[in-house]
Each structure stands twice: as structure tokens, then as C-alpha cells.
Design a protein around this ligand. Structure first.
Ligand code: AHR
Length: 519
């Protein structure tokens, strides 16, 4: 058997319906003859689906910020005060709960003072994290806050621990949050913002085990204690300090960090977990896709295990687990990166399915998570939007964008358990959340060829009406391109309602959301 694929026996064990009983002419796949039975347990609440689970990440990297979000007021590309107009429209329509910036690896080389004041006077610095490109610093703190306000996002600033000092980070907080009267608050006012920015989320370093300084957990914990001592509540904002946590499911780092912190407790600890892929973004074989999508089961195990480590420490249960970098990271093409910017990665139906698997997992793990941010918002890795190069006008919403759109109705709801829970990585993935009489159910069929028929019961209520929407393309390598920007978009999915239960068919490679009214 090819590595990463599942056998027919395991597939059936997952409860997936058998195929081929009744052919569906013209659909390209066969309707299953038996259904997979799921039950939504309204009495088994998991926790709040925090809007922050749908957070995003923007880094000074490739064409994410420069040429992506920010084109500058003099650009030929339609813009509003320098922000790419189409990107602003699409992102506002989706609603971005929280946005992390300026990195990533870039954060640990960034001096915030380079990015304030008159743009023409800002220094030109070398981005040593990403290709030694010149950063003219025209996008700095004030521009980032302006962006967050335009798209409705809470700002999350990642502070520099690698090459920065506690004083520098403390000053950045004062510039952002001190109401008035201090030199830095006056400087902010002079730069156009008399009212404080009230930034709540602050990262204290990024990947300090790697690009953020190659520290041991003990060394980093000492740095964290020094930096955090001076990051005090200011201007009525109690900062949510996020320590640099493990790479994937690295218990050695998490324990070393918690031991080294001694009595101190950060508000959150950040974990990064990418789903690597062996193939080029639009050339995935079925086997390579299976291997990549199967990683989500490992991420879910990591969330459980890292949470358990935290919970094992005194007051550890109050420390939020923050997955602030996740997403598919495929084999990137040199030519495309040259044309569209570093880490440029086109999106396909496979990436949309990956987004659905991740977002379902966050609902199921709602009680263990505090904030998540996919990497990255525009033009880099698993992005919501792609543009045709930093100088191109066209801006396309990716399959990932539409997967987030399908999950948006979960935000602010209470997640409830769906049983039986997914038995194998590539089985049907499900999650549900409820607010009053409105139930939202999301289902993902990650199979490349096998359709799934799903029968859904609701323990504790009956459905009085239901409708569905699905993102689907039979071709795992198809996506929205500059020539066909709306090839893969959510479309109506038929849902049959019988005696308070639901039945529906999920084609292979489908992300679906059902809206159910409970009687
Ligand atoms: O998202 C790209 C990079 O991946 C980030 O800069 C870094 O934190 C991670 O290794």
C-alpha cells in the first residue's frame, strides 16, 4: 500500500459509506448505498467557539504585506490610503477576528521605531529573515492598526525577543496603549492617532527554539521572565502575553518552558504546526494528499497532549493554548516564488479540504484552545487571497477563504459533541455548534474518490428545517485562478429532512456547512 493512504478495510471501519451501489450519472462519482450515522449531542457541550479560532497572520514576507495588503497610496493598483482596495473588501466581508503581525521569523529582527513617523524619513532596512529584501518600512505600526480597523480585526503584535530588548518592547506597548501625556503617547498623537490603539495580544518572541534565537527552553524561559516583567497593564489594557511554545507536539520544549518560568504564567503559549506536503500545490497525487491531510489527526493529538502538559502545572489550566501558525505548506516552486513572492502557494480544492479539517478540529477542541492563526493571510502559504504578483491588480479569493466563510456561522456559538468521533484520519470529519434554536454542523469528506452518505440525528431535539452549502470540486488540484476566479465557491447542497433527522450526500473532496433550525 502506498505510504499515507488508507486501506479499503480501514476506510470502511471509519464508517464511510460503500460506493458503487447506485451510479449517479454525470456526477463523476457513485452514490453510496449505506449511510454513515452521526448524532449531534446537544447535551454534551464542549465550549465556546471563539471567533479568534479564525485568526490570521501577516508577515513582512514575500508579497503578503508589501504588494499584497499594502500597495502604497501612489500605486496604480486601486487602493484606499495605500491598502489594496479589493483585499480590504474581501477581508471585511469575511470578517477577520484577529490579525498577527509582523512575524513570524521577521518579528525577531524588527525594530518598531523604524516603522513610525513620516514615511519618506523611515529607514530602509534589510529583511534578513526573508531573502535580504529591502524593507522601506512604509508599513509600520500605524498602518497595521489602520488595517486592523478597516477589516475589523483585533491586532496581535509579535514582539522582538531575538534581537530586541525588554525596553524596546515595553516602549512599543507604551506607544500603542498609553492614553496621553508621555513622550511616546505624544509621538503616536503626532503621527495621527491621539487615541490609544489598545492592543491586547502581544507575542513575546516567535519560534525561540529556531529562527527566533535558537534558544534552549531554559534560556528562553529566562528571557520571557525578563521581558514579561516590564509588560504591565497600561491604559486600562491588561496585555495577553503569548510565550513562544513548541514546534508541533514537542513536550520537551513545553515542559522546559513551564519549568523555567518558575512562578510566572504567561496568558498563552503559542504552538506552531504546519501540514507539510511533498508535491507542488497544484500537482498533488492522491497519495501525497492523503499523507498531508492525515497530519491533522496528529495536530489534534498535539492539542490534547500539550494542553495536558499545561494543565499539569500549578495554574497551568489558566494558560491559553494558542495555535498561531498552522496550514498546509506544500513543495513550493522557485519560478512562482520569483514571480509572486517568497512562499507563494496557490490554493486548490485540497487546501480547502485542509482548511475544513482544521476548522472542524478547532470546534471539537474548543475547550482546549484560545486562539488560532492560519499562515498567512495573503499570498504566502495557505492564504485567503492571492494577487497576480505584487504589481498585479487581480486579487482572488482562494478555496481557503471560502472554507473560512462556511465556518463563519460557528463563531460565538457553543460547540457540542458529534458522535461517533472520527476513528481514522481520513474518515468523515464533523463538528457542530449551537446558539439557541440554531444549530450549525460542518462536515468534511477528505476522500479523493469516495462519496459519503450521512444520516444525522440530533439527540435532545428535532430539526424543523435545514439547508446546506458545500465547497466541492472533483479535481483535488483545481482552484480559483486569475482567469477563473469563481471556479470553486460554496454552492447549495441538498439536505433531506425526515422525521426530525437529516440525510445528505457528500461528494469526495467536500467541505459542507448545514444550517438547522431546531424545533
Ligand atoms: O509562516 C512562515 C514562517 O514559518 C514564519 O515566519 C515562522 O514563524 C515559521 O517558521
Amino acid at each position: 500500500m502506498r505510504p499515507g493512504t488508507i486501506s479499503r478495510r480501514r476506510f470502511l471501519a471509519a464508517g464511510a459509506a460503500t460506493a458503487a451501489a447506485c451510479a449517479a450519472p454525470g456526477l463523476g462519482w457513485a452514490l453510496p448505498s449505506s449511510a454513515l450515522a452521526l448524532t449531534v449531542r446537544l447535551d454534551q457541550e464542549i465550549g465556546l467557539v471563539r471567533p479568534e479560532f479564525h485568526g490570521q497572520f501577516a508577515e513582512n514576507l514575500g508579497a503578503c504585506v508589501y504588494g499584497g495588503l499594502w500597495v502604497g497610496p501612489q500605486s496604480k493598483i486601486p487602493n484606499v490610503d495605500g491598502y489594496r482596495a479589493l483585499a480590504m473588501r474581501y477581508l471585511s466581508e469575511l470578517g477577520i477576528p484577529v490579525l498577527r503581525w509582523p512575524g513570524g521569523c521577521f518579528a525577531d529582527t524588527y525594530n518598531w521605531r523604524d516603522g513610525i513617523g513620516p514615511r519618506a524619513e523611515r529607514p530602509k532596512t534589510v529583511n534578513i529573515a526573508w531573502g535580504d529584501v529591502i524593507d522601506d518600512n512604509s508599513f509600520g505600526t500605524d498602518e497595521f492598526i489602520g488595517l486592523c480597523r478597516r477589516i475589523g480585526a483585533q491586532p496581535y503584535l509579535a514582539g522582538n525577543v531575538g534581537t530586541g530588548t525588554p525596553e524596546e518592547l515595553r516602549d512599543w506597548m507604551e506607544y500603542c496603549n498609553f492614553p496621553a501625556g508621555s513622550t511616546l503617547a505624544e509621538l503616536r498623537a503626532k503621527n495621527g492617532s491621539p487615541a490609544p490603539f489598545r492592543v491586547r495580544y502581544w507575542g513575546v518572541g516567535n519560534e525561540s527554539w529556531g529562527c527566533g534565537g535558537n534558544m534552549t527552553p531554559k534560556e528562553y524561559a529566562l528571557k520571557y521572565r525578563q521581558f514579561a516583567t516590564f509588560l504591565r497593564p497600561m491604559g486600562g489594557v491588561n496585555p495577553y502575553l503569548i510565550a513562544s511554545g513548541p514546534n508541533g507536539n514537542d513536550g520537551y520544549w513545553m515542559r522546559g518552558l513551564m519549568d523555567g518560568l518558575q512562578w510566572m504564567r504567561p496568558s498563552g503559549v503559542s504552538m506552531h504546526y504546519y501540514e507539510g506536503g511533498a508535491d507542488a500545490p497544484a500537482e498533488f497525487t492522491a497519495a501525497a494528499m492523503d499523507r498531508q491531510l492525515a497530519i491533522f489527526a496528529k495536530v489534534e493529538a498535539a492539542i490534547r497532549q500539550q494542553r495536558a502538559i499545561l494543565d499539569g502545572y500549578p495554574r497551568g489550566d489558566r494558560v491559553g493554548l494558542v495555535l498561531d501558525e498552522w496550514g498546509v505548506w506544500d513543495r513550493l516552486s522557485r519560478a512562482q516564488q520569483k514571480r509572486y513572492g517568497m512562499l507563494y502557494q496557490p490554493a486548490t480544492m485540497r487546501s480547502g479540504v485542509a482548511a475544513g479539517l482544521g476548522l472542524n478540529m478547532f470546534n471539537r477542541q474548543a475547550h482546549r484552545l484560545r486562539l488560532c492563526a492560519i499562515a498567512q493571510i495573503v499570498n504566502v502559504l495557505q492564504s485567503l487571497l492571492v494577487t497576480d504578483g505584487p504589481d498585479g491588480e487581480r486579487c482572488v479569493r482562494t478555496t481557503t477563504y471560502y472554507a473560512f466563510q462556511l465556518f463563519k456561522p460557528h463563531r460565538g456559538n457553543t460547540a457540542v459533541r458529534v458522535t461517533p468521533e472520527q476513528a481514522v484520519p481520513l474518515g468523515l470529519s464533523a463538528s457542530a455548534s449551537r446558539r439557541g434554536r440554531a444549530l450549525v454542523v460542518s462536515l468534511v469528506n477528505p476522500q479523493d474518490r469516495e462519496p459519503m452518505r450521512v444520516r444525522l440525528a440530533i439527540a435532545g431535539a428535532a430539526a424543523s428545517s435545514a439547508s446546506g452549502q458545500a465547497l466541492h470540486d472533483a479535481d483535488r488540484n483545481a482552484g480559483n485562478t486569475f482567469d477563473h476566479p469563481l471556479r470553486v465557491v460554496p454552492r447549495a447542497l441538498p439536505v433531506r429532512l425526515r422525521r426530525g433527522e437529516l440525510e445528505l450526500d457528500l461528494p469526495p473532496l467536500t467541505v459542507a456547512t448545514l444550517h438547522v433550525e431546531l424545533s
